[in-house]
Design a binder for this molecule. Sequence first.
Ligand code: KG4
Ligand code: ZN
Length: 360
Amino acid sequence: MPPSAAPSPERSHRQPPEWVLGIESSCDELAAAVVHHGREIVSSTVRGQDAVHRPYGGVVPELASRDHVRGVSEVVARALADADLAPEALSGVAVTAGPGLIGSLLVGLSFGKALAYRLGIPLVGVHHLDGHLAAAELCDPRLRPPYVGLVISGGHTALYRIAPEGAPQLLGETRDDAVGEAFDKVAALLGLPYPGGPAVSRVAESGDAAAVALPRPLRGTPGLDFSYSGLKTAVALEVQRRGALSARDVADLAASFEAAAIDVLLDRAGRAMAAEGVSRLAVVGGVAANRRLRRELAGLGRRQGFEAVFPPPELCTDNAAMIAAAGARLLARGAAHGLGLNAFSRVPLGDAPWARPAAE
Ligand code: KG4
Ligand code: ZN
């Protein structure tokens, strides 16, 4: 099999293949899912590692990949069993090829390659962010390009224009920390358990968002970039100033941080929607599970005349249904990346090297 083959134009409008297995292992979640005709999620299983990483307050890459090795056969078997499907019935395998932790990526990729080889079916590599965006399209069939995608996760904070043809266009991205990373770091500062995002937003519900004045970096400035390291540092300084924190302090700081982080997301998303002249904003990635953000972005959309589309929370955080859905689209266009497919720790969306034709 050649290491890579570009979709051929004459095969570009086929139906998505019937049964696609997705595998996602880019960070600390190991997931497998079966999607029917690229649209219907038939099974989706996620094996998290919160207990593995909690003692360290963040993901330890070597522990993540070792745990993936232990779980990968079982997770894939469970996805097939939940779909009541024999492996031989699969039409193709889609696996996250990047970006992510290289050791973690290699576990899912190697397993996917071996399975596709044994079954004699095509294998495609999927960009993790393409997967997140596919989750929104999967959940709302009215969401069709052109639209704007706001990708907010532990590793990414970016706005893209998604066109019907061609690569997604990067409109703006974070200059330093990702917003999910800021949630995780603030959780650690406040003594809240890993993973930080859900913990901060839970505690914030009983806090006063106006209690602590925090900066809103880049809000109201031209351009569509983001910055979160200054906000995180402001929380760190406030924690230092207060010394021992009461439960009230923790709730107020969490609520004030969450409000500031969300204000910036609203400002940038609102500007992007005004500039791009499209009617839908897809909000994806782990931070899109945040309840306050969903409420406030939906409100902004009503005021500004656009619709904010969010996958359900379980499809915002890492999962394999989104990888299967994105992979089904590639397979429908005739893509097959073969056994030479590699994993990439960093790779821009729209510039996946594995999707280019192999060098002559
Ligand atoms: O997409 P994801 O599962 O993994 C990456 O690709 O990074 O996103 C994980 C990130 C973490 O930083 C986590 O703290 C954050 O999403 N997150 C949240 C919430 N749920 C997950 N952040 C804020 N509020 C939440 N409810
Ligand atoms: Zn993700």
